[in-house]
Design a protein around this ligand. Structure first.
Ligand code: ZN
Length: 736
């Protein structure tokens, strides 16, 4: 990521609060201009406009930016800034001029995405490696940035709207992509002999080398990695074109519709843009699973709210780390959600408050609401407005305004603020995500991260996410404990980094089968673990059995006959021994037993060790013989994992970010601190405040000085600005 200037062109460093304002085909411009004043009055400082190539270059070389110019100019007069998203919807003339520029999928079919709306950024759009279409789009990006970039009130550009990993459209099997792939392989392997050895198939001529169409096998990892790199290169090309042609070279962002939990996708995007953001629609799209809910029953508010709180923190913590401390909430739900005829409830004022404060607690650097008034475009029509269609404010609108104004007044605390007290990290690993996808287990890593994060969050343990690149750069040494949730594939290189971390004094907590397979999906038959991990873990694989989950379900995908069920073990708990005596660790997916070498058993199953602790170098490694993080997503109450983690966390000397019964997230910078006191329970909690010596606390919302105790409502958050001479003395933990 490039280093960015923090100031806007007018010399201010405001916290950006934007509202999605216009995209083609949109509402009448005269009406929109009137809306601008109400947006400004509410306290927002920016409007977001999605522009579309198909509208603004009606014929080759003829650009029509009049509407965009008009909106940006009017915003400037009103005192609003602009955040432009450029959607490269291909105009009809370009499709006609460049036949053969469509993406070709793995079955050899052309994907005709000839849809000129400025609505989805193509998705998939053309093959951006096609030289003709790429050149034409590059000319358009340059013209757009040169012309619109003259407006001094532009905050930033967004180079792609919701760039997710869709392998069905980002893996292109066209001749241009094949040529690039062969060049990429030549750089990587040099000779056909070395390629053959890596792919474990005979490769006899470079022009015969093609990606596998099976989405499996040892060669697939190269194709998968190549295609993801191509997406990154496409983003970089767009970002460079916008930034270099903008007369003021303002930053370029990208966003995803949701974090790709367990994958390195957002890390890769952040490498290729200045800002990486995430969309956030918790009321509809992002409801976390409610463990123990009877099939078909719709959960009530009290059941959803506890999940809503940790899940919101997970959402933004994930992007917080991937975006190297500069995360954005690029689309933030502000109205009733829905698609097609589904119509959800408008968020209550307390929903907006909870979501906004929790997002801020992760250190987001800007928030862009979706939309300023209900959506016009049919698929999402009638939904998603801060205001009603008549621009009349509701109690929710006023709550948004109050929070926006309070944060704006204290912008200096939020813009540089970082989440403090982070000593634990959770591994994200593309090799693992790819293997799970190959073996029909996609999403297990997501469940595992959700279950682990939820448990840590409830305990008051803040967590970062760490990608292999962060391990290799030495960042891993900054953590006291690293968790490996559902890590079935670990490369030899990554396993060595993990073993080295333990040798150097770190604490590693692995679930069952860490690196049972290589990064190419081959079985590690020797110890059952990735090379090097057996020594660190003080044991080797002793055998696995699949198990029925605590709620009676199972993961026996594809093998339904009863004979196969016979191989399963009934819902099980691993039995703690020694220091872990009395703890029943819930089993999920597999129960793995171990042949202990240098370690000591901490859990048992059927008379065999099913959990081992090992002192290794200056550190300690744990392996739990099942996936308790996944079990947590099948059970609302099972405390086994939390009790086991209590011991591990205490031994690792991890600080618990708590304020009595409340959870505490501290945003810290040289300018001071903001404390977020979180009540995840269904009852109000009153708590004595333990402030640093000489410090005073003020309510962020309302601005009142807080006496020595606070009350936080059920499922609610209070934000406190910590002032006074000692407030800025505690410096932030520099993890993010
Ligand atoms: Zn292609």
């Amino acid at each position: 990521m490039r280093k960015m200037k923090r100031e806007h062109l007018d010399g201010t460093v405001p916290f950006v609060f934007a509202a999605q304002f216009y995209r083609e085909p949109g509402l009448p411009i005269a009406e929109l201009k009137r809306d601008m004043r109400k947006i400004k009055d509410l306290g927002l400082n920016t409007i977001k406009i999605q522009e579309a190539w198909s509208y603004d270059e009606p014929a080759e070389g003829r650009y029509d930016f009049a509407k965009m110019d008009d909106l940006a100019g009017e915003a400037e007069r009103v005192g609003l800034k602009v955040f432009f998203t450029v959607c490269l919807e291909v105009p009809a003339w370009a499709w006609k001029k460049y036949p053969g520029s469509e993406i070709i999928n793995q079955e050899g079919r052309r994907l005709y995405s000839r849809n000129g709306y400025g609505y989805t950024d193509g998705k998939p759009g053309p093959c951006w490696n096609h030289p003709g279409i790429r050149k034409a789009a590059g000319r358009f990006l340059a013209a757009f940035a040169r012309r619109l970039g003259r407006h001094r009130n532009i905050v930033m550009w967004q180079a792609y709207q919701e760039l997710n990993w869709w392998h069905t459209s980002l893996e292109c099997y066209c001749p241009v992509c094949f040529n690039l792939y062969r060049k990429w392989l030549k750089r990587r392997y040099g000779t056909l002999e070395r390629l053959s050895a890596a792919w474990m198939i005979p490769c006899r001529a470079w022009d015969e080398v093609e990606p596998t169409r099976q989405r499996s096998g040892p060669s697939f990892s190269d194709w998968w990695r190549f295609c993801r790199e191509q997406a990154g290169a496409m983003l970089k090309w767009r970002a460079d074109a916008l930034r270099s042609n903008d007369p003021h070279h303002r930053p370029v962002s990208v966003n995803v519709s949701g974090p790709h939990l367990g994958q390195e996708w957002e890390w890769m995007l952040a490498d290729n843009a200045d800002i990486c953001g995430v969309s956030f629609y918790p009321g509809y799209f992002h409801v976390a699973p409610v463990p123990g809910l009877a099939k078909g029953r719709i959960p009530g508010r009290a059941e959803l709210l506890p999940n809503d709180m940790w899940h919101t923190c997970l959402w933004f913590d994930s992007i917080r780390v991937a975006a190297r401390g500069k995360p954005w909430a690029s689309e933030f739900q502000a109205g009733a959600p829905g698609g097609a005829f589904h119509h959800g409830s408008d968020p209550a004022p307390e929903d907006m408050r909870r979501w906004l404060l929790l997002a801020l607690s992760a250190g987001v650097k800007g928030i862009s609401f979706w939309n300023h008034r209900p959506e016009f475009f049919g698929g999402e029509g009638h939904r998603y407005g801060i205001f009603g269609n008549d621009m009349a404010p509701s109690p929710k609108t006023r709550e948004i305004g109050a929070i926006v104004k309070a944060v704006t007044r204290r912008g200096a605390l939020f813009e540089p603020g970082r989440l403090a007290d982070v000593e634990a990290a959770i591994l994200v690993n593309d090799d693992n995500a790819r293997l799970l996808d190959m073996h029909s287990a996609a999403g297990m890593e997501v469940k595992a991260i959700q279950g682990l994060y939820r448990t840590l969050w409830r305990m008051g343990v803040n967590a970062d996410f760490i990608a292999p690149a962060d391990m290799a750069s030495g960042k891993i040494g900054g953590y006291k404990v690293i968790f490996l949730p559902f890590q079935m594939a670990i490369s030899g290189a990554n396993a060595e980094l993990l073993a080295e971390y333990v040798r150097g004094g770190g604490v590693l907590v692995a679930e069952a089968c860490p690196g049972r397979y290589s990064e190419r999906g081959m079985a590690n038959l020797g110890t059952g673990f990735a090379p090097g991990l057996a020594a660190a873990l003080g044991c080797r694989d002793g055998g696995i059995r699949m198990c029925i989950e605590q709620d009676g379900t199972h993961y026996n995908k594809g093998y339904e006959p009863a004979t196969w069920h016979d191989a399963f073990i009934a819902p099980a708990h691993l039995k703690g021994v020694g220091e872990f005596k009395g703890i029943a660790l819930p089993a999920s997916f597999y129960v793995e037993t171990f042949k202990v070498t240098t370690g000591a058993p901490i859990f048992m199953h059927g008379g065999m060790a099913a959990g081992v602790r090992n002192a290794y170098g200056r550190g300690t490694a744990y392996v739990l013989g099942t996936f308790p993080s996944v079990a947590m997503m099948h059970s609302a109450k099972d405390a086994g994992l939390e009790r086991a983690l209590e011991i591990i966390i205490k031994r690792a000397k991890i600080r618990r970010a708590r304020l009595g019964k409340l959870l505490l997230r501290r945003l810290v910078s040289d300018a001071g601190q903001v404390w977020f006191a979180i009540n995840p329970s269904g009852k109000p909690v009153t708590q004595k405040l333990a402030l640093p010596r000489g410090a005073e606390a003020w309510n962020l919302l309302g601005g009142m000085k807080v006496p020595d105790r606070i009350t936080v409502d059920a499922f609610s958050v209070e934000a406190l600005v910590i002032g006074g001479r000692a407030a800025a003395s505690e410096s932030a933990e520099e993890h993010a």
